[in-house]
Write a protein that binds this ligand. Structure first.
Ligand SMILES: [Zn+2]
Ligand SMILES: [Zn+2]
Length: 330
């Protein structure tokens, strides 16, 4: 369906995959969320959840006889957010076009990390062995990416977009070791914020709350229970400073940001389904519209009535990642 904003969860676990009978309900794959904005596919992170998603995307493209084009956004480059990429079927699909964005100290950093993940010593196929056309670009704080009929390009906060285009706003958080990028995807008046791998602050993270303000959906890290975080859960050390939140911290942020709905994300791999359900209850006590993410969960939004050019002015800036490079191979 083209005229909707759809969010689908393919991997909801943090740190490492957690298969087995204790995680059947919520799932064991690491971070991956598929956003479909008016027919355009945006993937958030490439944990192991991106592997079944990749198979589904190639199947759809073949079945519907249409070109496969997608945007992949990395929040950061820790293993649980990149480990599925070497097995991502669209990257092996000749004719596919992948626009890949993520963090990096220099414009080359993201490319170098992905190449290193597939070095000959550690994986049989290099990045160059993946035949899809790829652009790989490092993003920065406050940037806005716009994806419209002309391609995907970097704009400024007040860039204009036409009706139906998707805009991706970027905020760099320092509430995780090495930093993490938070993405806000806006499409026809609807918005979803992806804030994984971020630790709450006393009084909530005010900058993140401002960035997420009023979003239809907030996907927020909620890896730990309160006792675990404080070091009061038998067998587990305190996780303060690890860069992850409790369910309560996520709920407090959702309330401060006045979002419509909260999805708890990045569940601890040691948590069975019962513990994750308890996380959901803890969040609901603070912010009732909370749910724990589970694999296969889908959330859909129709366009906001009358919202075609929301938040944007007229001038269209020169693109940084211009469309001439869209087809170039690495
Ligand atoms: Zn993570
Ligand atoms: Zn991380």
């Amino acid at each position: 369906m083209k005229d909707e904003l759809k969010i689908k969860f393919w991997g909801v676990r943090g740190s490492h995959p957690a298969p087995g009978p204790g995680t059947v309900k919520y799932g064991g794959n690491t971070a991956c969320v598929e956003i479909t904005a008016g027919g355009r596919t945006i993937i958030l992170d490439a944990g192991t959840g991106v592997i079944p998603l990749g198979r589904e995307l190639t199947r759809r493209a073949v079945q519907e006889k249409r070109p496969l084009e997608l945007t992949l956004l990395f929040s950061h480059l820790h293993h649980d957010h990149t480990q599925g990429f070497p097995f991502f079927a669209p990257a092996y699909f000749p004719g596919a076009r992948l626009h890949i964005f993520g963090p990096g100290g220099t414009p080359e950093t993201l490319r170098q990390v992905l190449e290193r993940n597939q070095a000959a010593e550690t994986f049989p196929l290099s990045l160059r062995d993946m035949p899809a056309a790829k652009t790989i670009e490092s993003v920065r704080d406050s940037q806005v990416l716009v994806w419209d009929d002309e391609g995907i390009w970097a704009g400024e906060p007040e860039s204009s977009v036409g009706p139906g285009a998707a805009a991706i706003r970027i905020y760099k958080s320092h509430a995780h070791p090495g930093g993490v990028y938070v993405y806000r995807i806006e499409w026809r008046g609807r918005s979803v914020v992806y804030a994984t791998d971020t630790e709450g602050y006393i009084g909530t993270d005010r900058k993140l709350a401002a960035f997420a303000r009023g979003a239809d959906l907030l996907i927020h890290d909620a890896q730990y229970s309160e006792d675990h975080y404080r070091g009061q859960l038998a067998g587990f050390p305190s996780t303060q400073g690890y860069g992850h939140s409790t369910a309560t911290m996520a709920a407090e942020l959702a309330a401060a940001a006045e979002v419509k709905r909260l999805i708890l994300f990045h569940h601890d791999p040691a948590y069975t389904d019962d513990r994750v359900a308890a996380q959901e209850s803890a969040a609901q006590a603070v912010f009732p519209s909370s749910r724990a993410a589970c694999e296969g969960m889908e959330i859909k939004f129709q366009p906001e009535v009358g919202a075609l050019f929301r938040n944007f002015s007229i001038a269209k800036p020169k693109p940084d990642f211009d469309k001439r490079r869209d087809g170039s191979k690495i």
